[in-house]
Design a protein around this ligand. Structure first.
Ligand SMILES: [Zn+2]
Ligand SMILES: [Zn+2]
Length: 345
């Protein structure tokens, strides 16, 4: 079977390797669809968070092809998606229910390949059996949907107040959808890419703004009003989601928020950034880092997808065969034209 491994900057090799054999508690999944993640692109272009020879791809779904002797509830032929994050379950943060902050976080990458070995494949924890109406491509969105679910859950937005999402890559798009699915009626989405803005509108965002054409703060002040806040001019946005990773967004993100609003920070910037702490202090903004997701976030995102409350297929901008994995990564790198690139073995 084939597996795509990162070798060097902008170099991925498709290696032929032996098919995996499951241990007693493991299963093997034949991959049917795997999405390219923003973190995969960072690895590909900059070599961040990866070592030479490491397999890529953690957003996948497929069919169970081998089952370990101790595995129950799963049979060969089941259509599944996999929670690729495997927390240890015993460290301090795991015991507190924060497996995303586990000190021994393990995972099962290799989704850009023909098969993946999933260790300790418990149903409802690592492995999720797909209802017939959920396609492999939709299920491959579960991982970014779980990241988005956590970002929204951390903020606990008031449903009656406008929410804003900066950055409409896959995570920002998923955040916008989770907000709608959780009952937030007014979702505003900001991105410079017309392709990404159009997809957000198609998937249910109430308004999209091009920050190169319009002043985001002034435009929202005109449409959604201003609030009074000691020492600061402030917008009326009830919750803010930073999914762009662009440090230039931060002053606007702080300014549009009403006093006391949550700011959920999901994107990594890969470099230190400066923020106006006086605004954070005096408006009592709640700055919330949100990293990956817990098993509970994954289950909750799965429930929303299975219930038909999320519309992810319009987010697929390109499809490639595994043999063309380098072309797939080059397409994903083009942030103005791509949203989610999907790879099929
Ligand atoms: Zn991902
Ligand atoms: Zn742990």
């Amino acid at each position: 079977m084939r597996v795509a491994r990162w070798e060097a900057i902008r170099t991925i090799q498709l290696d032929e390797v032996e098919e995996p054999t499951p241990g007693p508690a493991d299963v093997v999944v034949d991959i049917r669809a795997c999405g390219i993640c923003g973190s995969d692109v960072h690895a590909y272009t900059e070599g961040t968070w990866i070592a030479p020879g490491a397999p890529l791809g953690h957003e996948y779904a497929g069919v169970v092809s081998k089952v370990g002797v101790d595995v129950s509830n799963v049979v060969v032929g089941d259509r599944v998606t996999v929670n690729p994050i495997a927390p240890c379950g015993t460290c301090q943060r795991c015991r507190a229910g924060e497996g995303n902050l586990c000190s021994h976080l393990d995972g099962s990458a290799g989704g850009f390949g023909d098969q993946v070995l999933v260790r300790n494949a418990n149903v409802g924890q690592r492995l999720f059996i797909l209802p017939d109406h959920v396609s492999f491509e939709e299920a491959a969105f579960l991982e970014p949907l779980s990241v988005a679910y956590r970002a929204v859950d951390r903020a606990r937005p008031h449903v009656g107040e406008p929410a804003i999402v900066f950055g409409l890559g896959t995570i920002g798009q998923c955040v916008a959808q989770i907000l709608k699915a959780r009952g937030v009626t007014d979702v505003i989405a900001v991105d410079t890419s017309p392709v990404r803005r159009a997809a957000a509108l198609a998937a249910g965002a109430n308004e999209v703004i091009d920050p190169l054409a319009d002043d985001v703060y002034e435009s929202l002040a005109a449409s959604r009003g201003r609030t009074t806040s000691s020492f600061h001019e402030a917008g009326a946005i009830g919750s803010v989601f930073e999914c762009s990773g662009a440090v230039s967004v931060l002053p606007t993100a702080l300014r549009v928020a009403r006093a006391g609003a949550p700011l959920s920070m999901v994107a990594l910037t890969a470099r230190p950034s400066v923020i106006d702490l006086d605004t954070v202090v005096q408006k009592e903004l709640r700055l919330l880092g949100s990293f990956a997701y817990t098993e509970l976030d994954f289950r909750n995102a799965f429930a929303l997808l299975a219930a038909g409350r999320l519309l992810v297929l319009p987010l697929i901008s390109h499809r490639f065969a595994l043999a063309d994995i380098t072309d797939a990564f080059e397409a994903q790198r083009q942030t103005t034209s791509s949203i989610k690139v999907m790879v099929h073995p």
